[in-house]
Design a binder for this molecule. Structure first.
Ligand SMILES: Nc1ncnc2c1ncn2[C@@H]1O[C@H](COP(=O)(O)OP(=O)(O)OP(=O)(O)O)[C@@H](O)[C@H]1O
Length: 403
């Protein structure tokens, strides 16, 4: 069921037409991540849903009611916000600030009977009990952010709008904060959160909404939304998207624009157990033409090569390369200016024979040193250290040998 519904919302700030026809919805009981580059209009959208900004046209409904028809007290009972700015200059204690969340529940006469318990509960869930009596001006920026989450929690609203709730938090508190938001949603709330970290957004959110130049570029489950083309269009950044090996959710890796190497070389990387991935990335970034293989299908090297549009010679996992695959590997070696292999993979499968047949072969321990060697900048230091010319005998690598 739709909980927040935005229909052709336009908002102007001064002369700037910031939101340009936003159509979007947030399903009840969902955590939705609001993504988009700086200036896309995320804060403006959250402030419009919160009734702080009026749309110039279009409508915002919350649970079927137009938010702009609700009084501020009624809206605050239904919806709590965690704003981006954390500056609170007065000398309130942390507990006082959290208690401000109770404002819409205070009766005109008498006491807010649930108030003290709600405040203590909010302090506990945000792990702020030890800081509760400290002046808000004397806690860190990250702690102040958590105080604002606690204030929203004390407000006891079914809808949460969070503007970059993890900005400025250390990794541990980023995870704890998003775990808390996830728990609050799993307990029955609905949340829309602007999040800059695409990987965390994909990991925690049921759906993502990508805003770009004031309109919705994409919306839906993270796996559908976080494509290389959508990320590239929204953020104007080259990137690679791949499943996170630990969480299985998409991870986005921004990539530098490839340089044009002064002297681009054809480099063939022989397969290993994933050791070649860093070398592959630095060679491609430097503008060299890289091919890879033989590597097992689905291996880290195969995935990385695929993401960087490199020619890849794959073999089924746990299988030895067949005659045809070996012939293709030899062709790749013959066509390359340089053949390279990580020192831990020198002896793997057909690698010794392929190395022996190459005109110029390097054994490397360090991706950057290999790059320097391929680019012809090798010094005796890195030839001695992390890159060596491959000698004729498979098991031996020798330093400073000539071709
Ligand atoms: N009060 C204002 N008056 C005029 N323009 C404004 C005002 N507030 C924001 N803007 C402009 O509106 C656009 C959208 O701003 P907004 O803060 O909504 O973007 P955002 O997506 O939240 O960005 P960020 O990721 O940097 O927080 C920006 O170009 C911003 O400069």
């Amino acid at each position: 069921m739709t909980h927040i519904d935005l229909d052709d919302v336009h908002v102007s700030l001064g002369d700037l037409h910031v939101l340009r026809g936003v159509d979007a919805s947030v399903g009840e009981g969902n955590l939705v991540g609001l993504l988009g580059p700086n200036g896309a209009g995320k804060t403006t959208l959250l402030r419009t849903i919160a009734g702080i900004l009026d749309p110039t046209s279009g409508s915002v409904h919350l649970g079927g009611t137009d938010v702009h028809s609700l009084g501020s007290r009624e809206l605050s009972r239904r919806l709590a916000t965690v704003p981006q700015e954390t500056a609170i200059s007065f000398d309130f204690t942390v507990r006082d600030v959290v208690a401000m969340g109770r404002h819409p529940h205070r009766p005109r006469f008498g006491a807010d009977e649930d108030g003290p318990e709600a405040v203590e509960h909010a302090l506990e869930r945000t792990e702020l009990v030890d800081l509760a009596d400290r002046p808000i001006t004397e806690v860190s920026g990250g702690e102040r952010k958590r105080v604002l989450v606690a204030r929203a929690l004390a407000q006891d609203a079914r809808t949460l709008l969070l503007d970059e709730p993890t900005a400025g938090l250390d990794v541990n508190h980023q995870i704890r904060t998003l775990d808390l938001v996830r728990d609050l949603v799993d307990e029955g709330r609905t949340a829309l959160a602007a999040i800059h970290d695409l990987d965390l957004a994909a990991r925690y959110c049921d759906e993502l909404l990508v805003l770009s130049e004031g309109h919705v570029l994409a919306a839906g489950p993270p796996e559908a939304v976080l494509s290389e083309s959508t990320v590239s269009e929204a953020f104007d950044a080259r990137n690679a998207v791949a499943p996170n090996p630990v969480t299985g959710t998409p991870t986005v890796t921004p990539l530098s624009d490839p340089e044009t190497a002064a002297d681009p070389r054809r480099v063939h990387l022989l397969g290993g157990r994933g050791e070649g991935v860093a070398a592959l990335a630095s060679l491609v970034d430097a503008g060299h033409e890289v091919s890879v293989g033989p590597v097992p299908e689905g291996s880290r090297e195969a995935l990385a090569a695929d993401r960087r549009d490199c020619e890849t010679l794959e073999v089924p996992p746990f299988a030895r390369p067949g005659r045809a695959e070996l012939a293709r590997a030899r062709e790749a070696v013959d066509a390359a200016d340089v053949v390279a292999v990580h020192e831990d993979a020198v002896d793997l499968g057909p690698n010794p024979d392929l190395l022996r047949s190459a005109d110029r072969a390097f054994v490397f321990a360090d991706a950057e040193a290999l790059l320097a060697a391929v680019s012809g900048e090798e010094t005796s230091a890195n030839v001695d250290g992390a890159v060596r010319r491959f000698d004729d005998s498979a098991a031996v690598v020798s330093a400073n040998s000539d071709d």
